[in-house]
Design a protein around this ligand. Structure first.
Ligand SMILES: [Zn+2]
Length: 366
């Protein structure tokens, strides 16, 4: 195990050992990366950790994406598979990660500012936001990314205000449903403010002057939507490029939970996600489409797990670390990780700060 990793990430390494087990951690450690603030540590190195996941719809799910129909469908073995594009999941993971970092900043922000950034003017709360930049009148850009925090450093960010962009080191592939079951429902449009079928729209107010109480403008129209049924199983994949131990730990934690992915987060679409296999290698291993082909038609979670594990073993290279099957014990250990722990959280922020220092010294050395 590299000395730099042990020295820079002691808390994360000990937590990862508790979660994955000593032997598993040793086998993947040569594909974990240490960021120490030097230019060399941010140069791309062949180190990838592929995480296969399964997901179970825990509610009716609309998985509409911009510019597409209600549902995106793929063909697997001649059957139709409802598909969740990774962009959608990444948006949810990014939002969850940002919210978690704000909670941590609320607890330890003033110390992180002093001890890690050594910059009193840096305030994550008001410097970093996922909302797109809005140029306010005479006030410049009101929102944007800080380009310094753990979220930006792992998930990528761009800003007009810095001399660098951060590419995402968390990438992935679509999640494919393992059955062709989906249903179409027709309902009344319900206003999200009044929770009635009476739509309070600006347009209606204006038109009332011309035509008093036009009935069809008062009630929502009938509409049809396509849903994935609760209980539907999905298989997908995400890849971490050059992850530090802390980034791997927080990612595993974020990927072991119930998330909302519906077209309307308030109403439709929760998904329970669980890691199934972790494989570390020079490059990413296998594809989620092929894994879904292997497991298509299987409904039982344990059997899905078995199919995916067998698939990954079948496509692994000799350079790969041992395939880590994410057992029920490992899942329990992931759930037990206290991500709000001060020492652990500080390793994550220190990692981000050193990543950006590395980028800075790389630019200066050019
Ligand atoms: Zn940021």
């Amino acid at each position: 195990m590299s000395e730099a990793i042990k020295k820079l990430y002691p808390v994360s390494m000990s937590k990862l050992e508790e979660v994955l087990g000593k032997e598993n951690l040793e086998s993947i450690s040569k594909y974990l990366h240490a960021y120490d603030g030097t230019a060399n540590t941010i140069k791309p190195v062949a180190k990838n950790i592929t995480i296969y996941l399964m997901a179970r719809a825990t509610d009716r799910l609309i998985i509409r994406s911009e510019g597409e129909d209600d549902i995106i469908l793929s063909q697997i073995k001649g059957e139709t598979s409802p598909t969740i594009v990774f962009r959608k999941l990444k948006a949810v993971i990014l939002r969850n990660f940002m919210e978690l970092m704000r909670n941590i900043w609320g607890r330890y922000g003033s110390n992180i500012k002093k001890e890690i950034y050594r910059d009193e003017s840096y305030d994550f709360y008001n410097k970093c936001s996922i909302s797109p930049g809005i140029a306010g009148e005479g006030r410049g850009v009101m929102h944007g990314r800080c380009m310094k925090c753990p979220v930006d450093v792992l998930m990528g960010a761009t800003s007009a205000g810095t001399s660098y962009n951060l590419s995402s080191r968390l990438i992935g592939e679509s999640f494919y449903a393992l059955s062709a079951d989906y249903e179409r429902l027709t309902s009344n449009a319900v206003d999200e403010v009044t929770y009635t079928t009476i739509m309070l729209t600006e347009r209606r107010e204006e038109e009332r002057r011309e035509e008093e109480k036009r009935e069809e403008e008062r009630t929502g129209a009938l509409f049809t939507e396509t849903f994935v049924k609760p209980g539907t199983m999905f298989v997908g994949k995400t890849v971490l490029f050059m992850p530090s131990p802390t980034e791997l730990l927080y990612t595993l934690w974020l990927l072991t939970r119930q998330i909302r992915v519906g077209a309307r987060t308030s109403i439709w679409g929760s998904l329970s996600i669980t890691p199934v296999v972790v494989v570390a290698d020079l490059y990413e291993v296998g594809s989620s489409y092929e894994a879904a082909e292997e497991a298509f038609g299987v409904k039982d979670e344990a059997k899905v797990r078995e199919k995916v594990v067998n698939y990954v073993r079948g496509v692994s290279y000799v350079t790969a670390a041992q395939t880590i099957e994410v057992t029920a014990d490992i899942i329990n250990e992931i759930r037990k990780v206290d991500v709000l722990d001060e020492k652990l959280a500080k390793e994550l922020w220190r990692n981000a700060k050193d990543y950006v220092s590395g980028v800075d010294s790389y630019i200066k050395s050019e």
